[in-house]
Design a protein around this ligand. Structure first.
Ligand code: DSN
Length: 420
């Protein structure tokens, strides 16, 4: 009962230390991942993991909840302050579930949702046929313009007029440009639709005012907490007061049981960190780094979807440079060189979602470890060299060494003594 993890389960600790070593010595460019602070990890590994607390602060179905009530209230108040939201539910275990709760609260099965196609940048929970959202709702998908590769607001307005959706979803997991939420509001109002912004990818940028704010324009906003926001794995739902009761009931008892109180505490820690000046600086650097990486890649001859980025991520369209190379192959070659990206479909992709013609890159993690624009130019060159010389294992190993050297100059956690 009182053994440390190291004593109790050295095999498990070994896997953790191996992953720490992998992270330390490789460049992770997956835009949806991040390194949480040590404080966030400590909260997740805390005593609060033991408590059942179905319900909400001061209205639980279990006794002994006075201190978890305190933790949850702190998390709620901080999220409200951070985003300026009227109401926040901090219990969703994941982004998919947060969106499920919103649909459950606002819609009936068969209702129409206007949302972005997955292969144009959307998300599974925005209506993929294999996801609950595609099965239970009538999805009208929108995509990007073939020429500009951007969302065309006239097309969205026309689709809304034609299909009269009950809900419009604005948000994406692979779209490198800003969303102008005021325009989306106008379209929703014109057809009497609810407006949901899924800001999972850009929540940190929004909290730091480096992306337009959805709060004044949207009825409901969902976000995960572990991407640019840099908190624990999980999600929250923000909404206008009038939807508060429906949203809370949809989360519990609608689609979830006991909340993860340790994760809620960790969300609270992350929100506190996000209100510090260092967080704003960090989010600014994410955007500056993304622009520098995008420029470096373009200088190396890559075509980026939409030609660049306004946020933390970018998509390389490989068909323009290496027609025969799929996203999956490119990601595997890059991993051999110590660069971790993920394969991703590009708009109008001719390949499947498991093969893809693109790779998606982002700068939250390299920025979290202190890298700046200068390093992004090097990273762009490493990516280019690896893909150009992909048939040579020796060449990839040479890049691997350069990646390791760069990573050594930017340690992730200087003192991570959680597991001994
Ligand atoms: N799977 C996430 C991403 O990588 O973007 C979205 O939930």
């Amino acid at each position: 009962m009182n053994k440390s993890l190291n004593e109790a389960d050295p095999q498990m600790v070994e896997a953790m230390l191996q992953d720490l070593d992998r992270l330390q010595n490789s460049l992770t460019l997956i835009p949806s991942e991040n390194y949480t602070s040590k404080a966030v990890m400590q909260a997740q590994a805390s005593i609060l993991a033991n408590k059942y607390a179905e319900g909400y602060p001061a209205a639980r179905y279990y006794n002994g909840c006075q201190f978890v009530d305190r933790a949850e209230s702190l998390a709620i108040e901080r999220a409200k302050r951070l985003f300026g939201a009227e109401h926040v539910n901090v219990q969703p275990h994941a982004g998919n579930l947060a969106n499920m709760a919103v649909y459950y609260a606002l819609l009936e099965p068969g209702d129409t949702i206007l949302s972005m196609k997955l292969d144009h940048g959307g998300h599974l929970s925005h209506g993929l046929p294999q996801n609950f959202s595609g099965r239970y709702y009538n999805i009208v998908p929108y995509g990007v313009d073939a020429e500009t590769e951007r969302v065309n607001m006239n097309t969205i307005a026309e689709l809304a007029k034609e299909h009269r959706p009950k809900l419009i979803v604005v948000g994406a997991s692979a779209y490198p440009r800003w969303f102008d939420f005021a325009q989306w509001r106008e379209i929703a109002d014109a057809v009497g639709a609810y407006l949901l912004a899924d800001i999972a990818h850009i929540a940190g940028l929004i909290a730091a005012d480096v992306h337009p704010d959805p709060v004044p324009y949207c009825d409901v906003i969902t976000t995960t907490t572990h991407k640019t926001l840099r908190g624990p794995r999980g999600a929250i739902i923000m909404c206008r007061k009038q939807f508060a009761e429906a949203i809370d009931r949809a989360v519990f008892p609608g689609i979830q049981g006991g909340p993860f109180m340790h994760t809620i505490a960790a969300k609270g820690v992350a929100f506190k960190e996000a209100m510090e000046p260092a967080f704003k600086k960090y989010q600014n650097q994410i955007v500056k780094n993304a622009k520098a990486l995008a420029e470096g890649l373009s200088e190396n001859g890559f075509h980026l979807v939409t030609g660049g980025t306004d946020n933390h991520l970018m998509l390389i369209d490989l068909t323009a440079t290496y027609e025969q190379l799929s996203g999956r192959q490119a990601a595997d070659h890059l991993e051999e060189a110590g660069i971790i990206v993920n394969k991703n479909t590009i708009p109008f992709d001719k390949r499947s979602a498991t093969t893809t013609s693109g790779i998606r890159l982002g700068t939250p993690m390299v920025s979290a470890r202190g890298m700046k624009e200068e390093e992004m130019k090097l990273v762009a060159d490493f990516i280019s060299e690896t893909l150009q010389k992909r048939k040579s294992s020796k060449a990839k190993q040479r890049v691997r060494e350069k990646v390791r050297e760069l990573c050594q100059q930017f340690p992730i956690y200087e003192d991570l003594n959680l597991w001994s």
